[in-house]
Design a protein around this ligand. Structure first.
Ligand code: FE
Length: 502
């Protein structure tokens, strides 16, 4: 790998982040326990005060079960999707969680045993003979949850969305996005809300079909959920594309240099994702898709692996993309227990900036943050625009790979950072930035994080002021149970509060 120039060298303004990492694997792994119970209650144990002008509903998605009747999943990404909601108004908050009643969840809970293989290596009991040539897919709806056009949708990128009631979290069934996708089709787990680059807001997402070649279909939905535009682009080779970046005129996809050797999957020895291999001698291909349907442009850069993009924008004929980048894709070797991962042996995500010169067809790469980071969030109005502030989960220590235990605020103009750390016994989920109604400035709002508190073996919702992260939470809502480490979520300004008798 070449050595990239480091721009915006971070300066720590909070005490946390410079000392040695302090966490125990036992504490960290205790957040990966199934939560089979479904709760609904007013949260009563609150430290500090919920801001009076914070109102709306936080939805979170993630694997709620890490086992089926004692049969452990091989990887948390194979766990059944469970939605949590926390509705907030007038300084009060109500919690609810419900499993997505996917066909697979319902069947397995009735059978009290795994009936499906998982993409990330979970196998049916009985060894390879039982699993060989079973290519059926369990839509586990566990990755993201978005609210668009009056629909609450639980997303899993390999299959159709599930629609839920936003107040009760009852599962209403599969949703085909007003006919945009067909039964058996798929929709990304990472749609973006275009904040109004073309007038009204749009939901922009994609479907991916991959094999010897790959086809990306870009979808743009209006406020009613109907397609504004839809177009297809085919590229050679296998593609593992989890997320994309959006600007007013482009959707940008990274085709990571990976290949897929399906034979161990077909023969029942491995999950499909365990058959993905990183090719360190191949370039990463940046696919720049014009949103007006023009042909895509492909720009190559050095090999790297990206799950998530932080933001992108257009400036002076360039497209700038900030992404969480890994030196390589950590191959899932299929032997170790995910609860005993050796963090130092797998690459850490860092924040890299890709500046694309569209006329020359070249990419310039620089490292913005060289510490372990994941789960970026920013003011939603700045999606696709030049922006200043990024909030992101980070490890407690400034060096090395470790669980996310802290929240970092980056000033992309100056390179300054602020950190609030929950170490040694707190572990972060994905932060979400919520603008203050009528707020002035890009960081005028709050950052909400559902985190795991190993000291209590329970979860806390922490609320931090966007303009003073280092001061720590302005409110900590202590749940009387844990929510297993989750993936993604959304905050909406609508209040989907409890029923009269709750
Ligand atoms: Fe993701």
């Amino acid at each position: 790998m070449p050595t990239y120039p480091i721009i915006n060298s971070p300066t720590m303004t909070a005490a946390a982040g410079s000392e040695a990492t302090t966490f125990s694997v036992e504490d960290w792994s205790s957040g990966y326990r199934s939560q089979p119970n479904e709760h609904s209650y007013w949260i009563t144990d609150i430290e500090g005060n919920i801001p009076a002008d914070l109102e709306g509903t936080l939805f979170r998605n993630g694997p709620g079960l890490l086992d089926v009747n004692g049969h452990s999943v091989k990887h948390p990404f194979d766990g059944d999707g469970m939605i949590s909601s926390i509705v907030i108004r007038n300084g009060k908050a109500f919690f609810r969680n419900r499993f997505v009643r996917t066909a697979g969840y319902v069947a397995e809970q009735a059978a009290q045993k795994p009936l499906f293989r998982g993409v990330f290596g979970t196998q049916k009991p009985g060894g390879p003979l039982t699993n060989a040539f079973d290519l059926s897919l369990k839509n586990i709806a566990n990755t993201h949850i978005v609210y668009w056009a009056n629909k609450l949708l639980a997303l899993w990128e390999a299959a159709e969305p599930h629609r839920l009631d936003p107040s009760t979290l009852e599962t209403l069934g599969l949703d085909y996005l007003n006919g945009l996708i067909a039964p058996g089709g798929s929709f990304t787990a990472h749609p973006k809300i275009d904040p109004g680059h073309h007038g009204d807001q749009r939901l922009v997402g994609f479907s991916l079909k991959t094999g010897l070649s790959s086809t990306i279909t870009l979808h743009e939905l209006d406020a009613e959920g109907n397609a504004v535009c839809q177009h297809r682009h085919t590229i050679p080779g296998f593609a593992f594309i989890h997320d994309f970046a959006l600007t007013p005129n482009y959707a940008i996809f990274f085709q990571n240099p990976v290949s897929f050797g399906p034979i161990p999957f077909l023969l029942g020895f491995k999950g499909a994702a365990e058959c993905i291999r990183f090719n360190p001698k191949e370039p990463t291909k940046i696919l720049v898709v014009p949103r007006n349907g023009d042909p895509m442009q492909v720009i190559e850069t050095d090999p790297c692996f990206v799950f998530h993009h932080a933001n992108a924008f257009e400036r002076d004929g360039q497209i700038v993309i900030d992404s969480i980048c890994y030196d390589s894709f950590p191959s899932l070797d299929g032997t170790s227990d995910f609860r005993e991962v050796d963090f130092e042996s797998v690459p850490a995500g860092e924040l890299w900036r890709f500046s694309l010169n569209m006329a020359a067809g070249t990419a310039e790469v620089s490292k913005v943050l060289t510490r372990c980071v994941e789960f970026p969030t920013l003011h939603p109005d700045y999606l696709g625009r030049p922006y200043r502030y990024l909030f992101i989960g980070t490890a407690h220590a400034a060096q090395g790979n470790a669980p996310l235990q802290a929240l970092l605020k980056l000033d992309t103009h100056t390179g300054d950072t602020e950190v609030w750390s929950a170490a040694p016994r707190g572990f972060m989920g994905e932060p979400l930035f919520v603008p203050r109604p009528g707020g002035q400035g890009e960081d005028d709002g709050w950052v909400l994080v559902l985190m795991y508190n190993a000291e209590r073996q329970c979860s806390d919702l922490v609320i931090l002021a966007g303009q003073d992260i280092a001061a720590g939470p302005v409110a900590r809502l202590k749940l009387p149970h844990h929510v297993p480490y989750g993936l993604h979520g959304s905050f909406v300004s609508q209040y989907f509060g409890p029923g009269e008798n709750e």
